[in-house]
Design a protein. Structure first.
Length: 420
């Protein structure tokens, strides 16, 4: 592969063109393995950012894509519908928390978030009580487009650079109680105060349920989420749950909201929706909310991307959800969680390590100091694993199909490389 061309002409996620870091050429991916151009096989600890939950090149997903490709890859969704979309939305309505029965299909996670925020704004506009603020949490992450960025942690989303372009929303302190800690009622006080103070302007609360992902890999207490639901009900504010990272089993529940037994008013899913095959997302709400949205001046919901409901993506998503419906993920994720609980505490004894934490098929090692990316990335590749840290965080979220021996290779590589 022409890696020089890549370095000189191609942008990768969040990279500098002045000091580009090396990229590793991958030629194939099967099961839990990524194959490099030189034939090296790496055990994947990332699921390509939460998405490849069943592993790569899964026979059922590949077959679904090929079958659909022979029928049609894409048709417009305006005025046209098709079996893959109908099947997919039926499944989503059936599997998501109670009351979520109206689906908007979108292209990517960030767009699903934009759609959710627009739904909330149109909802209040239609009711004749326009509200323009969102309440969210520090350390949150909701995507890279403008509205998504405006509700993402100010430090991560570079609010200072985009000042003037980004609407200013309200941030409450993120939860301090870890998932496994004892609940502390003080944890909710800042959120509760901010809602009390600003609720008349707040269209919706948006948060990542239970796991704050890209904003710090924080695993928080279910009671926090229960309190948020209750407070939103008390003040008549909509609740948007961004399940894009954690939906479809990652935390040990099909959706992270289930840890708190709550149902949001609007929910976003993405990432693992197609089992990591292609981009697709969905924003799901209640018929009552959708009807209110459409009762306003506009007479409809003002959104409709070109590739909405792409049949190819829907067909693969159906195959991925069918695998989930067989319910093996539950034992797989539980086994991963048990093994992380066994193997991560040893890593916590290392000098460089501040804390380890885990939930479901997510393992997090927080360091005292940020890693040297180029160095540690090469060290992981040399150890035969694909783990991509950011800042002070080394974390893994492997495909659910990973074996116990393969998972041990991941945790051993982390131990060895941090023990230097
Ligand atoms: C990744 C992510 C997004 C954005 O999804 P993209 O597909 O990258 O646009 C939004 N919210 C959360 C919680 C995410 O993890």
């Amino acid at each position: 592969m022409d890696l020089d061309f890549d370095q000189q002409h191609i942008w990768h996620p969040y990279t500098s063109t002045i000091t580009p870091l090396p990229c590793y050429p991958v030629t194939e991916a099967h099961g839990v393995y990524l194959t490099l151009e030189n034939g090296t096989q790496l055990i994947d600890g990332m699921s390509s950012w939460w998405s490849a939950i069943h592993g790569y090149n899964h026979p059922q997903l590949t077959a679904a894509a090929k079958t659909q490709l022979d029928k049609m890859s894409h048709v417009m969704f305006g005025g046209i519908t098709h079996q893959p979309a109908v099947d997919l939305c039926k499944k989503l309505v059936a599997m998501t928390p109670q009351g979520l029965d109206t689906v908007f299909l979108a292209d990517s996670g960030s767009v699903a978030v934009e759609v959710a925020l627009k739904m909330a704004l149109q909802y209040w506009h239609a009711k004749g009580e326009p509200k323009s603020k969102f309440l969210t949490l520090s350390h949150g992450y909701h995507g890279d487009t403008f509205a998504a960025m405006s509700v993402t942690d100010p430090d991560n989303s570079m609010h200072s650079i985009y000042k003037g372009f980004l609407p200013e929303h309200i941030f409450a302190d993120s939860p301090q109680c870890n998932f496994w800690d004892e609940w502390n009622e003080n944890d909710i006080s800042d959120f509760s105060n901010k809602l009390a103070q600003h609720h008349q302007q707040i269209a919706a609360v948006i948060l990542e349920p239970i796991v704050q992902g890209a904003g710090g890999m924080r695993l928080y207490h279910p009671t926090y989420l229960r309190r948020v639901r209750k407070l939103c009900d008390d003040y008549g504010v909509l609740l948007i749950a961004d399940e894009i990272a954690v939906g479809f089993g990652r935390t040990g529940k099909l959706f992270a909201c289930e840890h708190a037994n709550i149902s949001p008013d609007i929910m976003c899913v993405g990432k693992a929706l197609t089992g990591g095959y292609m981009t697709l997302s969905a924003t799901i709400t209640h018929k009552k909310i959708a009807d209110t949205v459409c009762s306003g001046d506009a007479g409809c919901f003002m959104h409709g991307p070109t590739f909405m409901g792409n049949p190819l993506a829907c067909a693969v998503a159906n195959a991925s959800l069918e695998i989930l419906e067989q319910n093996q993920w539950q034992q797989q994720v539980a086994a991963i969680e048990a093994q992380l609980a066994n193997e991560l505490p040893k890593i916590e004894t290392l000098e460089k390590v501040k804390q380890v934490r885990w939930l479901g098929a997510i393992g997090v090692i927080e360091l005292h100091q940020a890693v040297n990316m180029a160095e540690i990335q090469q060290a992981f590749v040399n150890a035969g694993v694909w783990i991509r840290p950011f800042g002070c965080l080394v974390y893994i979220m492997p495909p659910y199909i990973i074996t116990s021996a393969q998972l041990s290779r991941l945790t051993q590589a982390i131990y060895q490389i941090l023990n230097t």
